[in-house]
Design a protein around this ligand. Structure first.
Ligand code: NAD
Length: 366
């Protein structure tokens, strides 16, 4: 199969759909890989790295789409890209169709085979192609939180690890999912005292089993949240209710109970945030202050570390890419139930009911 890797067109997106290691694997499986010139620059992979791995570098995005049976990307195609998608061409990327009717209509119109990373789902309900980005964001939450706790950044002026003779900082993690556990691990590694809250006892038991004793678990309820926000320096929001908006478990009135310079990193901002005063921010302007509390609410945290994020993403997408290239999409999806769930729009037909529901469309008969 001919596989194409275009350069991402979305503003400030430096990740790329495949690393040279992925190219190497596909070429080993007798496939041809076309990479748009400069596609990997932002992630630290140069044309020469791709060529040495066996790729053919093409000058324009149009050439990459025109020559390929399958396109492997990171983000959904932007408007200027729609016309490049060909009938029957596989496009494997994050689509998030339910949030863009224009995109869904365009892909129906282009009659491509759209397989969305975010709906590939394992038997246990986990989303293997979303997990690595939560891992990156969870770890970054502590890195960013530590920075904004510094006085020149308007934080409390607390060093998370403390020093001999001075108690360490205190980190409150809301949610013991992927983001929460990675955040807790990083904070504990720095020597901070960590309190982690969840409503799922299984998750709390797991955390209790695997984390050191300075990571303390408690059940998440309003009483405990009100108690802990008073004496924690950094609060990380990592909660998720699948398919729903995040509940606002920190309300506006609670801010006055926090000490001035407390930092909130609301990672759940992409689902609306779990703090009432959360509003989306960007890497250019990541923080704002409400009632002396610093809010960091960047919606695409992994975008700040594209080298790491690209590798983390492609580690998990590559086995599916190889399967799709070796078997073709129909056989690959027949053989792999997780991948089958990734089928969203196929040759003009909407497969996932969430897309129909999002835009109140009627299902078309076969
Ligand atoms: N901002 C970014 O760049 C970025 C990047 C990756 C993920 N995210 C977001 O981070 C959030 C968390 O993702 P995840 O992968 O860790 O999800 P996850 O499903 O692994 O974990 C969510 C956890 O929240 C818990 N939870 C639900 N309600 C709760 C409550 N009231 N109190 C405490 N805990 C509660 C759940 O039991 C679960 O353990 C999601 O909204 C995700 O979209 C944001």
């Amino acid at each position: 199969m001919k596989v194409g890797i275009p350069k991402e067109m979305i503003n400030n997106e430096s990740r790329v759909g495949m690393t040279p290691a992925g190219v190497f694997e596909l070429v080993k499986n007798n496939h041809t890989v076309y990479v748009q010139s400069g596609a990997g620059n932002g992630s630290g992979f140069l044309n020469i790295d791709y060529q040495q791995a066996g790729a053919i570098v093409l000058d324009t995005i149009g050439q990459v789409y025109a020559m390929s049976d399958m396109i492997v990307k990171v983000k959904e195609p932007v408007k200027e890209e729609y016309a490049y998608v060909q009938r029957g061409q596989i496009v494997f990327t994050y689509f998030h169709f339910a949030s863009s009717e224009v995109l869904a209509e365009a892909m129906i119109d282009r009659k491509g085979v759209c397989i969305a990373y975010e709906t590939v789902e394992d038997e246990d309900g986990s989303l293997p192609l979303l997990t690595p980005m939560s891992e990156v964001a969870g770890r970054m939450a502590i890195q960013q939180g530590a920075k904004y706790l510094e006085k020149p950044e308007k934080g409390r002026g607390v060093l998370l690890g403390g020093v001999p003779g001075v108690a360490p900082g205190r980190v409150l993690v809301l949610g013991a999912g992927v983001v929460g556990i990675q955040a807790a691990k990083m904070a504990a590694g720095l020597g901070a005292h960590v309190t982690i809250l969840d409503i799922n006892m299984k998750r709390l038991r797991y955390v209790n089993d695997v984390m050191p004793s300075h990571v303390v678990t408690e059940f998440s309820n309003e009483f405990n949240i009100r108690k802990h926000i008073k004496d924690h320096d950094l609060i990380v929001g990592g909660i998720l209710l699948k398919g729903a908006k995040a509940p606002k478990i920190i309300t506006r009135d609670m801010l006055k109970d926090m000490r001035p310079g407390t930092v909130i990193v609301d990672v759940a901002v992409d689902q609306g945030g779990c703090v009432e005063t959360t509003r989306p921010t960007t890497h250019e302007n990541p923080v704002y202050i409400v009632d002396d509390v610093v809010h960091y609410c960047v919606t695409n945290m992994p975008g700040a570390v594209p080298h790491t994020s690209t590798m983390a993403l492609t580690n998990v997408t590559l086995p599916y890419v190889v399967k799709l290239a070796n078997l073709g999409w129909e056989r690959a999806c027949q053989k792999d139930a997780s991948l089958q769930k990734g089928l969203n729009i196929v040759k003009g037909k909407v497969i996932r009911k969430e897309i129909l529901e999002a835009f109140k469309w009627q299902a078309l008969d076969d």
